[in-house]
Write a protein that binds this ligand. Structure first.
Ligand SMILES: Nc1ncnc2c1ncn2[C@@H]1O[C@H](COP(=O)(O)OP(=O)(O)OP(=O)(O)O)[C@@H](O)[C@H]1O
Ligand SMILES: [Mg+2]
Length: 310
């Protein structure tokens, strides 16, 4: 079974797809069989970053059942042959109204892809689809820039993802009160309270689900004067969400990144010695060692974190 990484952000345009393309290429160069999946609903453009203007097939073909197996739309990116891409769909009517059964089928196929690593670009925002695609992963990566709105949106995103994870973790074991899933909660504490009212053992189950939720932060577009108070962000998330946030990488603002997008090439290939490409080498090392560590989820009996409900 592949290790799944999901890449998200609260705010759009902060560099998720750029991170996914460069990280995917780096991990494939380290010998991993990598598949990139564009689940950015309505905003799919990962294929363009690799100069794939007319993908032979996309997620639309899979979601409309024209193609039965997700593996068939994983297109090789040349070079190297270790890297493949599942292009997203621009057809928002199909995807934004993605029915529960279709979402489950998609998630099931994602988990069965023949790869070492699957990297999912989940797009920006906090819709249920975005949160569920983010949470289907084994490792969660969140991207933010020093822009204060990006940091605030990231905090909101992580809080809502934690709430969704706690609820789905609890309901996976104790589905008596599915109605909780559609209730509007503002904090993890509120969720735990509601869960506690529903079932005696609920709080322990919900807390168990939260224990496995430790996103890693990728800071992008950093400059000599740019600063994100990561300590404060980590403190807030620990205190109000109960989540530990680690920093996995720090990518500088670099004109070569913009240049690489115009050339349809990941920056690590276009300008391997530029500051952004060098920072990606460090990020690649960090992620490589992260995914090489054994995950004890199953042995510890966590609450089926891959199980999703719409
Ligand atoms: N480190 C950087 N240095 C300079 N420019 C950057 C950097 N990172 C991203 N950019 C610029 O930001 C643009 C947006 O990046 P990207 O498309 O990866 O963001 P995104 O988060 O995937 O956006 P969306 O939410 O729309 O999917 C890029 O086209 C590039 O011009
Ligand atoms: Mg994007």
């Amino acid at each position: 079974m592949a290790t799944i990484l999901s890449v998200a952000s609260g705010k759009g345009g902060v560099g998720k797809s750029m991170v996914v393309s460069n990280l995917g290429l780096l991990l494939s160069r380290k010998g991993k069989k990598v598949i990139l999946v564009d689940l950015d609903i309505g905003g799919a453009n990962l294929h363009i970053l690799f100069g794939m203007f007319h993908p032979p097939s996309t997620l639309t073909d899979f979601l409309t059942n024209r193609i039965k197996n997700l593996e068939e739309i994983a297109h090789p990116i040349n070079p190297p042959s270790h890297l493949r891409l599942i292009p997203g769909t621009g057809e928002t009517l199909i995807t934004s109204n993605l029915q529960h059964a279709k979402k489950k089928r998609l998630i099931r196929h994602l988990q069965q892809l023949d790869a070492d690593v699957v990297i999912v670009d989940v797009g920006a925002g906090t819709s249920y689809h975005t949160l569920d695609f983010f949470l289907l992963a084994d490792y969660y990566l969140a991207v933010a820039t020093p822009d204060p709105t990006s940091v605030l949106d990231l905090y909101r995103f992580i809080k809502l993802a934690a709430i969704r994870k706690v609820l789905t973790g609890f309901l996976a074991r104790d589905p008596v009160s599915e109605a909780l899933l559609t209730k509007d909660f503002h904090s993890v504490a509120e969720v735990l309270e509601a869960v506690g009212r529903t079932s005696e053992s609920g709080v322990a189950l919900a807390q168990e689900a939260l224990r496995d939720f430790q996103p890693a932060l990728i800071l992008n577009r950093m400059g000599p004067k740019a600063r994100i108070n990561t300590l404060q962000l980590q403190h807030l998330l620990k205190q109000y969400v109960g989540t530990t946030l680690t920093v996995a990488g720090n990518i500088p603002e670099d004109p070569q990144v913009h240049h690489s997008i115009l050339k349809y090439l990941p920056v690590i290939d276009l300008a391997p010695t530029c500051p952004a490409a060098q920072a990606f080498q460090d990020l690649g090392e960090n992620i490589f060692s992260l995914i090489s560590q054994p995950k004890h989820r199953e042995e510890e009996g966590f609450a089926e974190p891959r199980k999703m409900r719409a």
